[in-house]
Design a protein around this ligand. Structure first.
Ligand code: AMP
Length: 384
């Protein structure tokens, strides 16, 4: 593509479905590219705090939104697929509606992983408490039961220590169809973030290690000093297969478990910029947000390599001592303009260091300044 035609391909106004912190960070990355942003919020509770926000809980302003935008993307995948298909009739939507349909349904997601040869924990699909008990006995407890739809951040899930807990788990989840998975004794949870352009070009970020507490991400660290190249290449292969199969455009996140023998089992994917990729804002040559915008506009993708060891620290529920956090060298605060509320993601801190040992020290200093931040536990700590 010539520089001239690339110049004219820049979409001026990007439409974003959803208006939370991911949309906010997309906009912050897009202004330097000359983009403007219009958000469509259906929750009645937008928090982007930037660009134009159309609040539309009754679904009455779609036409006005579409009139304003050149291309549409989203920051939340639990959207009605029919709505996205309707939008696709009028404006390009990236990633497309098929990616949404697959990612919002754990059965479809697992079926796709199986078809592409991407290993997953052993699983069964069940539609009653009796079937749940039978699956738990067959797979061997503990097992994790998850609602097929509407699950995220560990919501709609229960761990069964024995098949006798099936009725209680079934009642607590309250869905008509569940996936039951063998509980993986993982060494660590990792994620892959990759980006596919409109022309099929794919770039991969270094794998991150993620620490969750109660299903909510607390820390992501990348790159991983003990990661075998072959494991990264295997993960690249898995995510590339998904991107190509879905004819995907934009950022895709794939969460995986790494087991003792180094092998990877796919947990779930998200068709959007992802919390485990926030470290790229300060730790990679091009952030996931900029690369997503480059992709949806048909522009060349930016380099994904890490600049230095980086850790993303989530601030959840209550904010910490922000001035003290910023006093730690090479620490960057990203606040989301949200009111404090238990369990709510309010901000994150990216900590950059010249070595992983120094990074760990600085992340522990951050932890001490953030209310209720759990102890930092990295799988490779003993190697530092
Ligand atoms: P999910 O919503 O599927 O990402 O699950 C939330 C968290 O629950 C994951 O990040 C894991 O910490 C844990 N988890 C989910 N599935 C399993 C599993 N099959 N084995 C062990 N832990 C799991």
């Amino acid at each position: 593509m010539s520089a001239q035609s690339a110049k004219h391909m820049i979409a001026k106004n990007i439409g974003v479905l959803g208006a939370g912190q991911l949309g906010r960070m997309l906009a912050l990355a897009g202004y330097p590219l000359g983009n403007t942003f219009t958000f469509l919020d259906t929750t009645g509770n937008p928090s982007a705090g930037i660009g134009e926000v159309i609040v539309d809980p009754e679904n009455q302003h779609l036409a006005a939104f579409l009139d304003k935008v050149d291309v549409v993307t989203y920051e939340f995948e639990h959207l009605p697929v029919e709505l996205v298909k309707q939008i696709e009739q009028h404006k390009p939507v990236y990633p497309g509606s098929r990616a949404i349909a697959v990612c919002q349904n754990r059965v479809e997601e697992k079926t796709l992983f199986d078809r592409l040869g991407i290993p997953t924990p052993a699983y069964r699909v069940v539609e009653s408490a009796e079937q749940l008990a039978a699956a738990a006995a067959e797979l061997g407890c503990p097992v994790v039961a998850k609602s097929v739809t509407e699950g995220y951040d560990g919501k709609g899930q229960a761990v069964l220590k024995a098949p006798e807990q099936a009725q209680e788990a079934w009642d607590s989840i309250g869905h008509t169809q569940l996936i039951v998975e063998a509980f993986v004794d993982f060494v660590r949870e990792v994620s892959m973030i990759a980006v596919r352009g409109r022309d099929g070009e794919v770039v991969f970020y270094p794998m991150a290690e993620n620490q969750h507490v109660d299903g909510i991400l607390r820390y992501s660290v990348a790159p991983l000093p003990d990661l075998d190249d072959s494991v990264q290449q295997t993960a690249d292969g898995y995510i590339r297969a998904l991107l190509d199969e879905l004819d995907y455009v934009g950022v895709l996140a794939l969460e995986l478990f790494q087991t003792r023998d180094g092998s990877l089992l796919a947990n779930e994917m998200a068709p959007r910029v992802h919390n485990s990729g926030h470290w790229t804002m300060d730790g990679a040559v091009t952030s996931q947000f900029e690369n997503h915008l480059r992709a949806v506009q048909g522009l060349p993708l930016g380099a994904t390599n890490a600049i230095a060891p980086t850790c993303m620290v989530n601030v959840i529920g209550l904010e910490g001592d922000n001035a003290a956090l910023l006093a730690i060298a090479d620490t960057h605060l990203h606040r989301y303009d949200k009111a404090e509320r238990p369990g709510r993601k309010l901000a994150h801190v990216n900590v950059v260091a010249s070595s992983h040992a120094e990074l760990l020290e600085k992340v522990r200093a951050c932890q001490a300044l953030i209310p209720d931040a759990p102890p930092v536990e990295w799988s490779f700590e003993s190697t530092l």
